[in-house]
Design a protein around this ligand. Structure first.
Ligand code: NDP
Length: 333
């Protein structure tokens, strides 16, 4: 089987050279472990941080070691892990065709409850991020204006829909006309802004949000965020979820730059991690599962075929190649 390892730590925007595609023996599960055959694996923006050696909330990947990721896979063999061959599980495993994991790192999923891929997207970590980031941090209320960046991505597309369910006017920034159509026509956003076609983010936002911004879900940072800060209303809430526009920066620009605006808006700016809410994932899973099943929430996935193409899928996140959740299908189910 094949496995990807970290070849070297990249500087700036990573390239395929950071990845080593290695052929190895299929591992044997140790006592209390299961051998899992990967069906889908997730590539995520935070993985850029795991390529770095420094301090981060996510543990760094080691050079020469298998890359880690969330996987949905099928148990092939259980060595006292409490699973049976054929059980479908999710958990942190490797960018690989097979991996072993202890029972404690795996969660069984019911393949009849929904498409397996959704457990890495709308019904998994990104869905949970949107759910708690909106409801517990950004807290949009009926009649307010809610803005989300990275709006057509895995987290942003769900966050905007949840804000809409809360009764807010929803504005999304995304990087193509196709994404704007997706936001407005499929997801019911009030306005989508293609930031790549706009010279003046502030003017575009002022037109879309004439009453100012009450709640901001930031996935991106940088100059779009500067523009939003200039238009925050009194007592606005800012949920800092991600800053993808800065992940490949070799020199992080001095900042935060727009704090002066907070004096006037008295806004609350709050960073959060989805894992802060791990004790309530049952609640989000139930609610998101229901919304997906009854069509209240729409979701999209971009599925790249073949483990060998996983680096390309990952690097595409920084180019905006994905609509909705970016996944890699490694094996058929
Ligand atoms: P997405 O599916 O949103 O994919 C990333 C998207 O970011 C791309 O599709 C691209 O869309 C956009 N993007 C890339 N570079 C830039 C740039 N320079 N400026 C503006 N937009 C850019 O990823 P996720 O939904 O998985 O993650 C979204 C954000 O949420 C990330 O910042 C991630 O780190 C963060 N996150 C935080 C969590 C937490 O616990 N706090 C948990 C999960 C995710 P476009 O075409 O619009 O440019």
């Amino acid at each position: 089987h094949h496995v990807y390892k970290l070849a070297k730590r990249p500087t700036g925007t990573p390239t395929e050279e950071a990845f080593d595609y290695v052929e190895e023996e299929i591992p044997e599960p140790g006592p209390g472990e299961a051998l899992v055959r990967t069906i889908y694996m997730s590539v995520d923006p935070y993985m850029r941080d795991r390529m770095r050696a420094g301090e981060s909330y996510a543990e760094p990947w080691d050079v020469g070691e298998p890359l880690k990721c969330a996987v949905v896979g099928e148990v092939v063999e259980s060595n006292g892990a409490g699973y049976e061959a054929g059980d479908v599980v999710t958990g942190e495993m490797h960018w690989a065709e097979y991996a072993t994991a202890p029972a404690s790192a795996l969660t069984q999923i019911d393949p009849d409850r929904g498409p397996l891929s959704a457990y890495l997207g709308v019904l998994g970590m990104p869905g949970n991020t949107a759910y708690f980031g909106v409801n517990e941090v950004a807290k949009p209320r009926a009649g307010e204006t809610f803005v989300v960046t990275g709006a057509a991505g895995a987290v942003g597309s769900v966050a905007g829909q949840i804000a809409k369910l809360n009764g807010a006017r929803v504005i999304g920034f995304a990087g193509s006309d196709r994404k704007v159509e997706f936001l407005e026509d499929d997801l019911g956003f009030d306005v989508g802004i293609n930031y790549k076609k706009v010279d003046d983010y502030g003017a575009a936002l002022a037109e879309a949000a004439p009453d100012g911004v009450d709640s901001y879900f930031d996935n991106v940072g940088g100059p779009i965020t500067d523009a939003v800060f200039n238009q925050l209303n009194v007592d606005a809430r800012v949920a800092v979820c991600g800053q993808i526009s800065l992940y490949n920066a070799t020199e992080v620009p001095t900042g935060p730059r727009k704090l002066l605006t907070l004096i006037q808006s008295r806004a609350t700016v709050e960073g959060f991690l989805v894992s802060d809410f791990s004790e309530r994932f049952d609640q989000s899973a139930r609610q998101l599962g229901q919304w997906v099943a009854d069509g209240t929430i729409q979701y999209r996935e971009t599925v790249t075929e073949g483990l060998e193409n996983a680096p390309e899928a990952f690097l595409g996140l920084f180019e905006g190649d994905n609509i909705g959740k970016q996944l890699v299908q490694v094996n058929e189910y």
